[in-house]
Design a protein around this ligand. Structure first.
Ligand code: PLP
Length: 415
């Protein structure tokens, strides 16, 4: 991580993102990177270059452009392995997104290893992607789903961990960073506690990989899942990291071309890792694009991005707290990353987002695919502003002004 810009030169970074340079009125103030990030020229150019100059299927063509496509695709795997400190590149499985990575583990490892009476431990702050696959697995196998509760402050109730982790616990599935509250969970100590009772651990890193330096060997998790589109990469490409012995013993998830060694009429044998889990033609351009996104993040430096985002978060907390009738959910900025989530009294979050949009401010409103968390806080929806390397403090001011405007318009209208 030898950053080209340090401390972060936000104007230079913004220059890398064409969507932010558009001459539109009002200008785009993009505060929804937790849903999907914007893409720098470097990534867009790599996609275009692939389609313009060496578009071909991989791993089978005995001709130059197919060989180049294969090389670039496998190079991306190596870059991503280094990015999360995976011991070997073959432990990086390409999927469509975090959701598919988690479903792969639930179906392959889960079906093979869970039985009636076993327990899967998740938390109340999970995205539905790290919840519904475990519900389905529990229904298929007779295993039981148990929950780590969330405190009123928006942290995990970790004192309960000792009681919840027993010899029945076979899997702990927990998010590294909450997509709603921004809470950063201590995944390393959770993993150690889970391993002490013999449970495996999968970390949902959809909201951490884009923002924090991550090291799967230091965490010691068994599986680690994230999406390219939230970290400056294209849509349609996700990653699953797994420990080598587990991936090797797991049965395939999807069957088809590319994942086999031999096929007979009645049975087949399967390819080595990682191909065993990459059936069919993969997202070639998107994978190469994710490699470029990783290069970009490495050049800027996550160690420079993180403090910049913390500054935005602290400032957003401070400004938004000044607004009468606002409820901010989640812990203090020092315990979180990337997002501030709130409601204004007597105004639905969708109406808040609609008013902000009139001034070009893009935020997210709704349940954020975390209905159990919404239930915990007794709301059906919240508004969420989320930040990334290209956001600047003035954009927080625009958010603040937009919220005052929403109150003025909507509360006056309702009398
Ligand atoms: N997990 C978390 C914490 C997320 O924030 C998201 C997306 O918002 C997901 C999982 C699912 O990601 P994807 O839709 O890319 O599969």
């Amino acid at each position: 991580m030898n950053g080209a810009f340090r401390p972060l030169d936000v104007e230079a970074i913004r220059g890398d993102f064409p969507i932010l340079k558009q001459e539109i009125n009002p200008p785009l103030i993009y505060l929804d990177s937790a849903a999907s990030s914007q893409k720098p020229n470097r990534v867009i150019d790599v996609l275009s270059d692939y389609y313009r100059t060496y578009n071909a299927n991989i791993h089978r063509g005995i001709y130059r452009i197919s060989e180049k496509a294969t090389e670039q695709y496998e190079e991306a795997r190596k870059k991503i392995a280094r990015f999360i400190n995976s011991p070997r590149a073959c432990q990086i499985i390409f999927t469509r997104n975090t959701t598919e990575s988690i479903n792969l583990v639930a179906n392959s490892w889960g079906n093979a290893n869970l039985r009636a009476g076993d327990e899967i431990l998740i938390s109340v702050m999970e995205h539905h992607s790290n919840l519904v696959p475990w519900q389905l697995l529990a229904q298929r196998t007779g295993a039981k789903l148990r929950y780590i509760e969330v405190t009123d402050e928006g942290l995990l109730h970790l004192e309960e961990l000792d009681r919840l982790l027993t010899e029945r616990t076979k899997l702990v599935a927990v998010t590294h960073v909450s997509n709603v509250l921004g809470t950063v969970n201590p995944v390393q100590s959770i993993t150690a506690a889970a391993h002490a009772v013999g449970a495996k651990v999968i970390i949902d890193a959809a909201q951490s990989a884009p923002h924090l330096p991550v090291d799967v060997q230091a965490i010691d998790c068994d599986f680690f899942a994230f999406s390219g589109h939230k970290m400056c990469g294209p849509t349609g490409i996700g990653v699953l990291f797994g420990k080598l012995d587990l991936l090797e013993e797991m049965p395939p998830f999807l069957g088809g071309g590319s994942m086999i060694r031999t096929v007979q009429r009645e049975h087949s044998t399967y390819a080595d890792l990682p191909q065993k889990f990459e059936a069919g033609t993969p997202s070639i351009a998107q994978t190469i694009g994710l490699g470029a996104a990783v290069d970009y993040l490495n050049d800027v430096g996550l160690d420079a991005i993180h403090p910049h985002e913390q500054e935005l978060l602290e400032y957003a907390h401070q400004k938004l707290s000044e607004i009468e009738g606002i409820t901010i959910y989640g812990p203090k900025p020092r315990h979180k990353v990337g997002a501030v989530t709130f409601n204004l009294d007597r105004i639905h979050a969708h109406d808040v987002a609609g008013i902000l949009d009139q001034d070009g401010v893009a935020i997210r409103a709704g349940h954020h695919c975390t209905q159990p968390l919404m239930q915990k806080f007794g709301v059906i929806a919240t508004a969420r502003a989320s930040f990334y390397l290209y956001n600047k403090l003035e954009e927080v001011d625009s958010l603040y002004e937009g919220l005052l405007k929403a109150q003025k318009i909507l509360i006056r209208r309702r009398g």
